[in-house]
Design a protein. Structure first.
Length: 134
């Protein structure tokens, strides 16, 4: 793993979350993106080398909607940048981590992603991210 790529924060309203984080960080979001497969709308902030991803649900049946209903707004996941997601997934599996998807899938911000189950990662939802080239 290279670095923390971003911290994902679940919010009920993207507009309210953007207003809060723009005020907090002193910068506007640089990108909004809908990820239909995850039933989520994302908004990204960058402050120096750090990134925050706000996640708001699309509808009532996606992962973020379920997270918000169970836990409320707050930190949803920590994402780590990797250079070879398939190799990292194999390594994580051999180390005993439970992968939530067997193959990388397209995520927000032009990334291949894979999530590790929180029960196998000390209660933290971990996301592996690799930049999609080409």
């Amino acid at each position: 793993m290279q670095k923390i790529e971003h911290i994902g924060i679940a919010v009920n309203s993207l507009e309210e979350g953007e207003k809060l984080y723009e005020s907090l960080l002193g910068v506007p979001p640089y990108k909004r993106e809908t990820v239909e497969s995850e039933k989520v709308v994302t908004s990204f902030f960058r402050q120096g080398p750090n990134k925050i991803e706000l996640l708001a649900p699309l509808g009532n049946d996606g992962p973020i909607s379920k997270f918000l209903a169970k836990k409320g707004q707050g930190i949803h996941h920590i994402a780590y940048a990797v250079t070879d997601i398939k190799a990292e997934m194999q390594r994580m599996s051999k180390e005993g981590f439970v992968l939530l998807n067997e193959i990388p899938k397209r995520g927000a911000d032009n990334k291949w992603v894979c999530f590790l189950h929180p029960k196998s990662a000390g209660g933290v939802l971990v996301e592996l991210c690799q930049e999609i080239s080409g």
